[in-house]
Design a binder for this molecule. Structure first.
Ligand code: HEC
Length: 153
């Protein structure tokens, strides 16, 4: 009886481990995070100040303040934007490394905004607009996020 329980325990543990791997296997960072059904909507989102990459310095500075302060982005994405913040290790899916230009070049501004607004399901990336940031603040943060990739095409 004791032995059977042990076998059952190991079988259950193995199954749980498999489920965990299936649910949480890290996805390629370049893979789109906006689901196809929402892509049209995401691409229609535009910053009120135009292209995020060419935002005025005051907007970028305001975004930095939100990123490092109220927005709490720094906890996971890190001061450097490399996804190495103090809470980064808590996530099976690592926080995005914003210095990765391959990802930045794959994304329209609206896609970044969409993820900040709706989050990325089953990851530490929670919906943060409007609970934490207003839409206007969200766009300022996008402008700051863009500055981490310094060699964009
Ligand atoms: C609790 C940790 C955590 C916090 C806080 C957090 N993020 Fe994230 N973020 C993540 C993780 C994890 C991912 C990766 C999700 C994925 O790979 O699908 C992510 C992904 C993203 C992406 C997606 C980039 C892409 O590939 O399209 C953007 C944009 C983003 N975060 C912006 C922000 C901003 C801006 C803030 C602050 C307002 C913030 N995040 C706060 C954990 C966090």
């Amino acid at each position: 009886m004791h032995c059977r329980n042990l076998v059952g325990f190991f079988t259950l543990s193995a199954m749980l481990a498999l489920v965990t791997i299936a649910a949480g296997a890290p996805r390629e960072p370049t893979e789109h995070r906006v689901p196809p059904s929402a892509m049209k909507e995401a691409l229609s989102y535009k910053a009120p100040f135009g292209e995020a990459r060419t935002a005025e310095p005051e907007i970028v500075a305001a975004g930095k303040k939100l990123y490092e302060g109220k927005g709490g982005c720094v906890l996971c994405h890190g001061i450097s934007g490399k996804g190495d913040g103090p809470a980064a290790h808590m996530h099976q899916q690592p926080p995005r490394d914003f210095t990765n230009c391959a990802v930045q070049n794959e994304r329209e501004d609206g896609e970044l905004f969409w993820v900040i607004k709706y989050g990325s399901p089953n990851t530490g990336m929670q919906p943060l607009i409007p609970s934490l940031l207003s839409e206007e603040e969200g766009w300022k943060v996008v402008a700051y996020v863009r500055t981490f990739c310094t060699a964009h095409s």
